[in-house]
Structures are given as structure tokens and as C-alpha cells.
Ligand binder design. Structure first.
Ligand code: PEP
Length: 253
């Protein structure tokens, strides 16, 4: 049985004091039986680590360099993130792919570096609106998963949480319907099973894209939706905790 998982991607938001308060509020009331991870900007990791110390909430980063050290100005390595208490790293978020030009293979190299450092990669995949409208959703997610298999082979889905995030649903208020999301999640699991059946059973597949306190329960009720990667709604503790609660209740149903 896969445990429910909810990760908050705070993106480029907050100040030293506001992230500390937000993290403390989340850490003071985490839902039971849910893995909860919060991902501030790297600069705020220490503040957030202090705020969640002693709670079950875990720390994640929003990206990591494929290299461990060297001439990579502006980058942060997984080994460095681990030193700050990070256990998770978001890799291949659509904003990294579209705004910063990270390719499938570069995302896969970053993913492999996260794994090598002993951290878990929250690996994001998903199609654009144009790709959905031209019926390419399945082929796009297959291509993005294949990049992992090309780089990491049998280890591709070790220490990995997959996040299906249709680009058209991120930050837009347009959520994929539970049926649309479940169909893609089932396809992702089946595709992974073609390479590694055990990994396919074990891997948590999160849905991301305008999840909120009102739609989370319907999404999480589906067999292949193991939780969510949350952007905007992760910036308000009440909303984020309600989503974590929906994930917890999904396990009981
Ligand atoms: C995200 O940034 O990964 C995300 C899913 O954002 P939002 O929940 O705001 O759509």
C-alpha cells in the first residue's frame, strides 16, 4: 500500500520570517498517515528546517545541479542540500523546462544526481495545452519518463516520486478533472510497469495543477493518484493542511 504524499512547492515566495511562520503552522498540525514535504527556495532552507524540527514534516528543495561541485555558477548540489536537512528535491518542474530551458536529458541527469546523493526526486512530467489538444499527452509523458530510463536504467524509479503536472493546469485555476488525471496516472504506472513492475507498484504518483482544498478529495479518491504537488494553495497553511487532510482521508476510503 502506497502512503499518501503531499508536497508544497513555495516557488519564489516569502521572506525569512514569513516562511518560518508558514512552516511552523504546517508543522504544528500535519495530517496523520501522510508524507508531507515543503519546498522553500534554497536560501530559506535553514529557517524552514528549524521551524519544522521535531515534527513529521520533511524538507525539500526546488531543484539541484547535475554535478556535485565545480564551475556551475548559480547552482546548488544535492549533497549541499542534504547538509541542510533536505530529503527531497523537485526536478523537471515545467517552469524549469519552459522558462530555463532544461531539456528532458538535463532533467534526467539532475534526477540521477539527486538519487546518488541519497535524496528522493519529485520528478515532474506533463503536457502543454497544445500537446493535450493534439492528443499527445501519453507520448509526452512517455518521452519524459524515457529520459530517466536512458540515464538511470533499472534504477530510474528508485527514490522517486513522480508528479504528473499538466502545464495548462499549473497556476491557472484550471484543474484536470479527476477522470482526466486518473487516466494519465494509470498510463504512467502502466508504462513504468513495462520497465519494472515492482517500481510501478511502489512509486507514488502525485497530481499537480491548481489543486485546492475544494477539489483535492475528488482527485485523491482515484486509485492511481497518491497525493499532490501543490503550488499556490501551499502558501496558506489552512488550505495546505486541508489538502493534507484530504490525502489522509483518501487512505481510509
Ligand atoms: C506547481 O507549481 O507545481 C503547481 C502545481 O502550482 P499550482 O498548484 O499553483 O497550480
Amino acid at each position: 500500500m502506497r502512503s499518501p504524499f503531499v508536497a508544497g512547492n513555495w516557488k519564489l515566495n516569502g521572506s525569512r520570517s514569513s516562511v518560518s511562520s508558514l512552516a511552523s503552522e504546517i508543522a504544528s498540525a500535519p495530517a496523520s498517515n501522510v508524507e508531507v514535504v515543503i519546498c522553500p527556495v534554497s536560501l530559506h532552507l535553514s529557517e524552514v528546517a528549524q521551524a519544522i524540527a521535531g515534527s513529521s514534516v520533511k524538507l525539500g528543495a526546488q531543484n539541484a545541479c547535475a554535478a556535485e561541485a565545480g564551475a556551475y555558477t548559480g547552482e546548488v548540489s544535492s549533497t549541499m542540500l542534504a547538509e541542510y536537512g533536505c530529503e527531497f528535491v523537485i526536478v523537471g518542474h515545467s517552469e524549469r523546462r519552459t522558462l530555463f530551458g532544461e531539456t528532458d536529458s538535463q532533467c534526467a541527469e539532475r534526477h540521477a544526481a539527486v538519487q546518488r546523493a541519497g535524496l528522493t526526486s519529485i520528478f515532474c512530467i506533463g503536457e502543454s495545452l497544445q500537446e493535450r489538444e493534439s492528443d499527445q499527452t501519453f507520448s509526452v509523458v512517455e518521452r519524459q519518463l524515457n529520459a530517466l530510463i536512458d540515464v538511470s536504467g533499472d534504477q530510474a524509479f528508485e527514490n522517486t516520486v513522480v508528479a504528473y503536472e499538466p502545464v495548462w493546469a499549473i497556476g491557472t485555476g484550471k484543474t484536470a478533472s479527476p477522470e482526466q488525471a486518473q487516466a494519465v496516472h494509470a498510463h504512467i504506472r502502466q508504462y513504468i510497469a513495462g520497465h519494472n513492475a515492482d517500481a510501478a507498484d511502489a512509486v507514488q504518483i502525485l497530481y499537480g495543477g491548481s489543486v485546492n482544498a475544494g477539489n483535492a478529495a475528488d482527485l485523491f479518491a482515484n486509485a492511481d493518484i497518491d497525493g499532490g504537488l501543490i503550488g499556490g494553495a501551499a502558501l496558506k497553511s489552512k488550505d495546505f493542511l486541508a489538502i493534507c487532510d484530504a490525502a489522509s482521508r483518501s487512505q481510509d476510503s
